[in-house]
Design a protein around this ligand. Structure first.
Ligand code: GDP
Ligand code: MG
Length: 419
């Protein structure tokens, strides 16, 4: 099971005693991300098993959860969470702080639970307590879909628990605090030669004796499709991201490849067929690396203490710092009317014309003849694959650096927007 956590998430582990909640929390989350009722029993009573400390322990759990959510931090509640009233309090907090609530339900066979309970040296309560909890879990599972969770994942066996993969569709940790300087690169779309030329011009490809460049690359996404060498671009950018030289947000083309590599049925249009053919000529291990790379890309990145935001198609101000389907779709596709134009492509709204926010927004997605500032936003997709150029924006200098396309690799289905 693939559990993809949103950018800001409150995760409730739900299950009876001994269903493996604490073990799961240790395996998949940082210790500070896990708020455990047992831990706070120990904090107030020197005994993580002291049921008389329950009320005090949960007061602290609530307090800590609230403080963490206010900071927008991923928070995991390790408690049985079998009471609807407790869950409601947490859901209210999540809503208040723009956080998505995710339930992970440990619905294991009674046999397994009993065996574990008796094997456990630190739990002494009777079988009837466990039976009561098991009964309550069934009620909980019935109620959960109506309680307002954004996602519910249920494990029905120890194997399902063991095979779970938790990924975070969040920003790279600490990105917000990075102050740059940055070189933000527009839609590459498989134009490998032009990318190498641009990186050379920017000073990233250089003779090894020269001092290391102290700047960070940021890719606006759409690394692939249309151009001649999507695999070359992927390999290079994955390496740059891995060694800390680059950050990258996901574009709509990258996202479609991600779904294809997951085994979803997607239409192989707009250059994706060629990309998939190139990938099929690579070893399966490389395809798996690409899949994992794409799964981990955030929809947008906030940098320079929130003064700079990079998203493939931009992001309206009221969505900054948020996550969820509206954010995802804006970052990938921008503001669209839901209608298609005469060329059969979605009609795009010019959200940048209405942008009044303070953060600088750098994006791509819509090819333009030249990158031009509009209300502190700039579209740096200068259509390299269509025979335009590949552009980078230096930040904070606000200097534009481009290299021309070596040739036209694809024909646009509609004319570029006028500059
Ligand atoms: P919690 O009460 O839900 O937090 O459960 P724990 O994570 O503390 O696990 C309860 C007991 O089950 C412990 O003794 C664990 O070692 C054991 N346990 C947890 N997960 C697994 C598992 O996947 N396989 C096996 N065999 N034992 C497990
Ligand atoms: Mg536990």
């Amino acid at each position: 099971m693939d559990i993809e956590l949103p950018e800001r998430a409150l995760v409730l582990l739900i299950g009876v005693s001994s269903s493996g909640k604490s073990t799961f929390a240790r395996q998949h989350f940082q210790p500070t991300e896990v708020v455990s009722s047992d831990h706070y029993r120990a904090v107030v009573a020197d005994d993580d098993n002291d049921q008389s400390a329950t009320k005090d322990a949960f007061e602290l759990v609530h307090l800590v959860v609230e403080k963490r959510l206010r900071r927008g931090l991923l928070t995991v509640i390790d408690a049985t969470n079998l009471q609807a009233i407790d869950r409601r309090d947490y859901l209210n907090m999540a809503r208040q702080y723009g956080t998505e609530a995710v339930a992970l339900v440990f619905n294991l066979p009674t046999r397994v639970l009993m065996d574990r309970h008796y094997a456990r040296p630190d739990r002494f309560f009777s079988e009837s307590v466990l039976e009561r909890q098991i009964h309550r879990l069934q009620t909980t599972m019935h109620d959960l879909p109506f309680e307002g969770f954004q996602a519910i994942y249920t494990f029905n066996s120890p194997d399902e628990v063991a095979e779970a993969v938790v990924s975070r569709r969040g920003q790279p940790s600490g990105a917000r605090l990075q102050t740059g300087p940055f070189d933000i690169v527009g839609d590459v779309h498989g134009c490998y030669d032009e990318l190498v030329e641009l990186l050379t011009k920017l000073g990233y490809v250089q003779d090894p004796s020269a001092p290391l460049i102290n700047r960070t690359l940021v890719f606006v996404g759409d690394l692939i499709d249309r151009g001649p060498n999507s695999v070359g671009v992927l390999r290079l950018v994955m390496q740059l991201v891995q060694n800390g030289t680059a950050l990258c947000v996901i574009g709509n083309h990258d996202d479609k490849l991600r779904r294809k590599l997951r085994g979803n049925n997607v239409q192989l249009m707009h250059g994706l067929a060629e990309t998939v053919a190139q990938l099929n000529a690579e070893p399966p291990a490389f395809r798996e690396q690409v899949r994992q790379f794409l799964e981990g890309l955030p929809h947008y990145i906030q940098l320079d203490n929130g003064q700079l935001l990079v998203a493939h198609a931009g992001l309206r101000e009221d969505l900054h710092g948020r996550s969820g389907e509206v954010v995802r779709s804006f970052c990938l596709f921008g503001a669209t009317t839901g209608k298609n134009d005469d060329y059969g492509l979605p009609v795009r709204l010019n959200w940048a014309a209405d942008y009044r926010g303070k953060p600088t927004i750098v994006y791509g997605h819509t090819p333009v003849a030249d990158a031009i500032w509009q209300n502190n936003t700039i579209d740096i997709d200068t259509g390299c694959a269509f025979g335009g150029k590949l552009t980078a924006l230096r930040y904070p200098e606000r200097e534009l650096i481009s290299v021309p396309a070596r040739r036209q690799y694809a024909v646009p289905s509609r004319p570029f927007l006028p500059a």
